[in-house]
Design a protein around this ligand. Structure first.
Ligand code: DX5
Ligand code: ZN
Length: 217
């Protein structure tokens, strides 16, 4: 499958969101970072804003929940119009039950791991999820530098998926740029979130195309 590029609107201008959504029309999904100032030390946006983004965006929504009590809140984001909802393994009591709940609503279910969280406990369960999100920075902020030590985790997840034949996508989020995307793709990721690299570029559409080409090279 060709690489998917999901720009993160965390690096967009929040008072010009509609304009900044139009700017990424050639991407695959719009990545929406929801933070609650508890799971991570930052606060972004919640259900009312996600509902409006879903109404306005021409791209499907890839919602990344960095919030506590995902079991309570993730289904609400499905109802708000997300095409994919990713919750953190560290913030749920029952990840498989929650993923099944999201899938029963006809959307994709993703599970995310902080850089220091091991993937091993999840490897046999990956077919229960549409996506594994390997965080490649500590969640909370855009513009941080890629943590090289996350690459072996991506490789192990890819090997387990190849062995099981599951179609689960591997997404990476944090520090994705022209400099890093090639080796992240080599490690086995196929969905790339990029915030500052895309929105900080002089030509947003050209940056999306360049990242896609480098990932597929
Ligand atoms: C960080 C967010 C990311 C963030 C990535 O916690 O989950 O989606 O926007 O930003 P960059 O691409 O700048 O590292
Ligand atoms: Zn994110």
């Amino acid at each position: 499958m060709p690489a998917l590029i999901n720009p993160s609107i965390l690096s967009a201008d929040f008072v010009n969101l509609e304009r900044d959504l139009r700017a990424i029309a050639t991407a695959d999904f719009v990545h929406v970072d929801v933070m609650d100032n508890h799971f991570v030390p930052n606060l972004t946006l919640g259900l009312p804003v996600v509902t409006r983004i879903a109404e306005v965006s021409t791209l499907p929504l890839d919602v990344h929940l960095m919030i506590e009590d995902a079991d309570r809140w993730a289904p609400e984001y499905a109802a708000a119009g997300a095409a994919s909802v990713t919750f953190h393994a560290e913030a749920t009591q029952a990840p498989v039950r929650l993923a099944r709940e999201l899938r029963s609503r006809g959307i994709r279910a993703g599970i995310a791991l902080r850089p220091a969280s091991p993937v091993e406990p999840l490897l046999d369960l990956l077919p229960e999820f549409d996506m594994l999100l390997v965080m490649t920075v500590e969640p909370g902020f855009g513009g941080q530098s890629f943590i090289e030590g996350t690459l072996p985790k991506i490789r192990r997840a890819r090997a387990a998926l190849d062995e099981s034949g599951a179609a689960t996508w591997i997404q990476v989020d944090g520090g994705v740029s022209r400099d890093t995307i090639g080796r992240i793709a080599q490690a086995g990721a196929n969905v790339f979130v990029a915030g500052s690299a895309v929105y900080g570029a002089p030509d947003v559409a050209a940056e999306i195309a360049a990242l896609r080409d480098l990932a597929d090279a």
